[in-house]
Structure formats: C-alpha cells, structure tokens
Design a protein around this ligand. Structure first.
Ligand code: S3P
Length: 451
C-alpha cells in the first residue's frame, strides 16, 4: 500500500487538441461508502462502477478484515456480503490504509463503537495527517486510543463496549469528520446528533438513508445543518450504481478548456450540489461548459459535460464555495494560469492538511513552471497569461491531485512539465494516463528524473 519506494516520474508535453468522449472512473467518496455500508448491512449489496483505485481497495481490505465478504465478478460488479452492524469481527492484522484519508477516518468511526481492537497504519503522507479530528469525538463516545504524538498514525483503538451517543458540532468544514461521527453513532444506542455549521458533501447522510437508517437533516435558526441519527438500525443491502467522480472529471474539464482546439464530452458525471463548485467557478471564468442529458441516477443528479477550449478570465472564488470544490483547487490553479488577470482563492485553510500541504505544493509547482502566484496562510492568487510556461519538475509529496494537476499544465504549457512521481495517481484515477493519451495528450515516463 505504501508509496515512495519506487517513484515513477511522468512528463506531459504539449497536447494535440483534445477530442472525444470519455468516462472517468466512479466517485471515490461513494465507492468507499458503498463498501463500508454494504459491510454493515445484513445481506448482499451489489456495487457497479466501483472505483478500483488503491484508496478504495484499501477500504475493501479493511471491511474484509472485520468479516465482510467482498467479491469482484466477471461483469466488473462487486458484491458485499455484510456482516451486520454490531457484529464486526476483531481484525487479526494491521489495517493499512495507504494514502486514504477518507478510508481510515470513516473506518475509525465504524470500528470505534464496536467492541474490537484495531491498529491503523498508512503511507508517509497519511502518517502526517491529523487524526485527532476524528479521534476526539470518538474518545467522547468511549473509544480508547493510543496514537503517535499529535494523534497521527500509526494508531490503535479499542472500541467502546457500551458506546455513548453524542451531540457534536464539527469544528472544521470536513465531510470525513461528520461522517466518522455518524458512522460511530450507528452502533450507539439512542440518538447521535451532528451539527454542521458549514455544509459539506452529504453522501453519508443520503446513502445511510438509502440503506434504511433513520436519519434526518434540518437547518437550525443559525443556518447550521443538524443531522440526527437513531442508533442500532438494521441496515438493508442496496444495489448501487456509482456515478463518475466530479473530482476526477475536473482534470479533463480543465485540460479541454486550456488546450487550444479541444472539444470533449465527459459522460455520466455526478452533480451533487456539494461537489460542483469547480463547474460553477470555471463557467464564471468564461469556460464553455454545457451540462447535457441531465438525469437522476441512484439518488444523485448526473449529466454529460461538453467542454470546449475557452478564453478564460481571472475571478475571485467565494470562500464559502471552498467545501464544494475542496479537492479541485490544484487543477483550478492550472486553469487560472491560462486566464486573463488574477484569480484569487480565499478560504483554503483545509488544503494544508490534505494528502500534502496542497497550498504550498501548488504554489511551488506553479513557481517551478514560471507561473506567478502569491500564497498566504489560507489564500492563493494566481496571475494568468505569463509566457514561456513549463519546463519545471514538480514535487508531488505523495499527492495524486498535485501529480494530475501539473500533468494537465504540461498539456498546454510551452515546455514539458514533469512530476516526480506519477505512481500516486493510482490512489484515485488509475486510468488517468491512458484516458488522456486517448484524447490526444502526450504523457510519458520521464525516467531518470530524481524524486
Ligand atoms: C471526502 C471528504 C473531503 C475530501 C476527500 C473525500 C469524503 O475531505 O477532501 O477527498 O469522501 O468524505 P475532508 O472531510 O477532509 O474535507
């Protein structure tokens, strides 16, 4: 699971106009949750279109370690034979989550209110990330924790035998924290309440309702979302079709906008309102983006996205939009490099604790490729329109979205752009290189570039 032992440098050179119709892989957030909730249900859940990336496969292993039977079938679908909420077995091995923050944090929530002990490890990136944001509410529910200093991985937990439901106000805009508390609440008697001052992606709420949990969402007088979950439901297995991941779609979306002559269609992309900030932003910047064939699938709206090369202009991205495009700022920064004027992105504090310090990683990558930018503690300003872009090597810090974003830069830059490690892309978008080269890009191994 762990990266870093054999980095694979990749380089992207100026692409021909990108043309064609593509389908990016299944949504990562929904894929993780399909396996987890399937494992907690009684009976057989079927998942079509599961994202088969390292992050999601780590979640499959974790669910197998507590007794779920997860099988891939000849038609590409997966079945999950659930062990049932409250009946998880104690894992007989260390749970290795590799690079996967969502996987480890949500799983800690699930295990934390089961009467089992478990030890979690991750790669060098995951081991730097803060786990206190989920371990703190779990401690309140009765989970015992032994973690490395600063509540980092490796960490061991002993789930509470008699867990206590809590009311928890999420202190930062984080769907992972919200979800971890709700998933811990599943195996508590009584009602767990999560108050969410800043709305984030709501896949956990929607999918738990689909699996038959008694969960309600209201908005209080202060405008905060209040989520109430009744504990100890019997979860019913589901048939799930995972729509394409809007966060992965953002890469061909931006690439088509900045590579002259491009005209592509990205099919079946999920349009959950908490995920579409990047589309809104790119349209505001002047992007020729059309959502066609809008339809509903499995409780989510989906559409095909037609996007053509466009003349972009710099804008200010409202800070309150950040949660709905939190994973898309690195690739937005690349679009901004081709826009006229400045693009100002405030409200980016959470980017500091992603797979890398994404704010710093983006700024260093832009600088290495001749793109003027200003980084503050929680903002980024990118000045578009510079000439002679590219030629740099970008340090990816085990961050898949840094690697993919700067390869997109290379497609439209004057000189090739190299990323020190393309292997990390497998954590979320294993078909990235073949998909792009099929559209007309030129991404190749750049062997010999030191990591
Ligand atoms: C995710 C939540 C977000 C996002 C991550 C997936 C989820 O993380 O960045 O890629 O599936 O709940 P935070 O909760 O840390 O913002």
């Amino acid at each position: 699971m762990s990266h870093g032992t054999s980095p694979t440098p990749l380089a992207a050179r100026t692409a021909s106009p990108l043309k064609g119709t593509v389908r990016v892989p299944g949504d990562k957030s929904i894929s993780h949750r399909s396996l987890m909730f399937g494992a907690l249900a009684v009976g057989r859940t079927t998942v079509r279109g599961l994202l088969e990336s390292e992050d999601v496969l780590a979640t499959a292993e974790a669910m197998r370690a507590v007794g779920a039977k997860i099988v891939k079938h000849a038609d590409g679908s997966y079945t999950v034979d659930g062990i049932g909420l409250g009946s998880l077995l104690e894992p007989d091995r260390v749970i290795d989550f590799g690079n996967a923050g969502t996987g480890v944090r949500l799983t800690m929530g699930i295990f934390g209110t089961h009467d089992i002990a478990a030890t979690f490890v991750g790669d060098a990136s995951l081991s730097k990330r803060p786990m206190g944001r989920v371990l703190d509410p779990l401690r309140q529910m009765g989970t015992a924790v032994i973690a490395r200093e600063g509540d980092r991985l490796p960490a061991s937990i002993r789930g509470a035998r008699t867990p206590a439901p809590i009311t928890y106000r999420v202190p930062m805009a984080s769907a992972q924290v919200k979800s971890a508390v709700l998933l811990a609440g599943l195996n508590c008697p009584g009602e767990t309440t999560v108050i969410e001052p800043i709305p984030t992606r709501d896949h956990t709420e929607k999918m738990l309702a689909g699996f038959g949990a008694d969960i309600s969402v209201t908005v209080n007088e202060a405008g905060e979302r209040v989520i109430k979950l009744q504990g100890q439901p019997t979860l019913k297995p589901q048939d799930i079709d995972v729509p394409a991941d809007p966060s992965s779609a953002a890469f061909p979306l931006v690439a088509a906008l900045i590579v002259p002559g491009s005209d592509i269609v990205i099919e079946n992309v999920m349009l959950n309102e908490h995920r579409t900030g990047i589309i809104t932003t790119l349209i505001e910047m002047g992007g020729d983006i059309e959502l066609v064939n809008r339809r509903s699938a499995g409780g989510e709206e989906v559409a095909d996205i037609r996007v053509k090369h466009s003349k972009l202009k710099g804008i200010t991205v409202p800070a309150e939009r950040a949660p709905s495009m939190i994973d898309e700022y690195p690739v937005l920064a690349i679009a901004a490099a081709f826009a006229e004027g400045d693009t100002f992105m405030p409200g980016l504090d959470e980017l500091r604790v992603k797979e890398s310090d994404r704010l710093a990683a983006v700024a260093r990558g832009l600088e290495a490729n001749g793109i003027p930018c200003v980084e503050t503690e929680d903002t980024l300003t990118v000045t578009g329109g510079a000439k002679g872009l590219g030629g740099g090597t970008v340090v990816t810090h085990l961050d898949h979205r840094i690697a993919m974003s700067f390869l997109v830069l290379g497609m439209a830059a004057d000189k090739p752009v190299t990323v020190d490690d393309g292997a990390v892309i497998a954590t979320s978008f294993p078909t990235f290189t073949s998909l792009f080269n099929g559209l007309g890009a030129d991404i190749r191994d750049a062997g010999g570039v030191a990591a």
